[in-house]
Design a protein. Structure first.
Length: 472
């Protein structure tokens, strides 16, 4: 008979051990503890390492891995197009921290983030901490955010553009036939490339608004380009959207994006020209920080206005909310601040009568993070998905049902601890080799060079105390 059987047989249990056999108390408690599935010792969990690796989808991104003293690893994503240095520079500020204290760590690090891709490192760490906390406590991230409003997430399918409106309609119809219930396309001034007099703008000296990669289009904000859309151009764009709408149907939400760099006056003209086609929203017609211009735009048309994919933290969204400048906010979780901050943004939007869709263009790591946030946010509408046609996209992860996207265009919310998946390192290694990269150098290589970086990070001055000297 073992000690557990002896205690039970004598009718002692733990109470008996405490009353009559103190020496057995710790041993009996250990017996009970041994039957409990503790994923880790959360109070003793500590970050020991931070490493990064490239991920491959339709967009380039990097994944952060946080390792701990208890063998748990958590994953987060650096937004598409950002530098891994944004995350690596945070390593010395993280080692020794308990990742379960996610909000405290985020508040410590958020000064190192900024709008758009500059938020990449801070947010990747925030996501990885949530993943670790969930694994440590044995609960999914959505539960730690307050629970579910939904157990499946509607994905909206972005679709490669075509200058041929009939072809664009066919591509979108194919998305619909696959089960997607929300669609998006591009309606930009690039569609006017072959139309003489479709645009007017100051020519010469590198000014080329039809080339999105030209220095002009990449660096000059919209109000300062001098680009105007002529009536002929407006008519062409309206004809294009009308043909697409006929091809895909009038009963499915269809949003529009990537219009080009023109000022708010031409944004208003174009929005009014597209009003008859019942679009789900007009996205990022002008830069997000021109709040008063967004007010003008929203008040001038009948189509919902949306922006937000480059805004960092809820404070960046607040002016748009307070002035009712948009109908729907559009944070990208990898820029807006991570899971908790994005949920706060959604809740703040809801208080102002504004809905929330989620921008996303990255790997399955960021996809799952966005899914958890969407599940826990009441006014969520739809989550962007760029990789409906990307071969091998799902190979990077394991431990979840596949395909990730169901036949109805929804993705199930995972119930596993943390983000609910594990990385498939064999698949990532194979992907690196296909691209001619040595996994030894690229698949989470050591980052010891970042171990001891130090700086005075505090944003306010320290008061110096001078001890009084004794007389004499």
């Amino acid at each position: 008979m073992n000690r557990r059987q002896l205690l039970k047989g004598c009718g002692w249990g733990l109470a008996g051990a405490a009353a009559g056999a103190p020496s057995l108390l710790a041993e009996a408690a250990a017996e009970v503890r041994g039957q409990v599935n503790t994923n880790s010792e959360p109070s003793q969990l500590r970050i020991t390492d931070l490493r990064v690796a490239p991920m491959f989808g339709s967009m380039r991104s990097y994944v952060v891995r946080l390792d701990t003293n208890q063998g748990l690893s958590g994953y987060g994503e650096i937004r598409d197009g950002a530098s891994p240095t944004y995350a690596l520079m945070l390593k010395s500020r993280l080692v020794g921290e308990n990742p379960c204290h996610v909000d405290r760590i985020f508040r410590k690090l958020k000064q190192f983030g900024g709008h758009a891709r500059q938020a990449g490192g801070v947010v990747a760490v925030e996501i990885a901490c949530w993943d670790l906390a969930g694994k440590a406590w044995g609960v999914p991230c959505w539960q730690m955010l307050g629970g579910q409003f939904r157990d499946a997430i509607r994905l909206y399918a972005d679709t490669t553009t075509s200058a041929d409106a009939d072809e664009m309609g066919r591509r979108l119809k194919a998305r619909r036939d696959r089960g997607f219930t929300f669609l998006k396309m591009d309606v930009g001034i690039s569609l006017l490339r072959d139309l003489p007099d479709g645009l007017s703008y100051p020519r010469g000296r590198g000014v080329e608004p039809l080339d999105p990669r030209s220095p002009f289009a990449r660096t000059v904000p919209h109000p300062f380009t001098g680009v105007r859309i002529t009536d002929r151009g407006l008519a062409r764009l309206a004809e294009y959207v009308a043909a697409v709408r006929e091809g895909v149907g009038w009963d499915i939400p269809l949003a529009a994006d990537h219009f080009g760099h023109f000022g708010v006056e031409d944004g208003i003209k174009l929005a009014q020209a597209l009003d008859p086609y019942n679009l789900a929203w007009l996205e990022d017609m002008i830069p997000w920080f021109y709040t008063d211009d967004y007010v003008r735009l929203r008040q001038a048309c009948r189509t919902p206005i949306l922006t937000g994919e480059d805004i960092y933290l809820k404070e960046g969204f607040l002016p748009l909310f307070e002035k009712k400048a948009i109908a729907i906010c559009h944070p990208d979780l990898m820029s807006s601040g991570g899971l908790l901050e994005t949920k706060k943004i959604g809740d703040l939007a809801m208080e102002h009568g504004i809905g929330m869709a989620l921008h996303f263009a990255g790997s399955p790591v960021g996809l799952f993070a966005s899914v958890h946030c969407a599940a826990a946010t009441e006014n969520f509408l739809a989550l962007e998905f760029h990789d409906a046609d990307t071969p091998g996209y799902e190979d990077a992860i394991e431990g979840v049902p596949k395909p990730l996207v169901g036949q109805d265009g929804f993705m199930a919310v995972p119930n596993g601890p943390g983000l609910g998946f594990e990385l498939n390192l064999d698949a990532l290694e194979a992907a690196l080799r296909r691209r001619g990269l040595d996994p030894k150098d690229h698949l989470f290589p050591p980052s010891d060079q970042w171990n001891n970086e130090r700086s005075w990070d505090r944003l306010w001055s320290q008061t110096r105390q001078t001890a009084a000297r004794a007389p004499g």
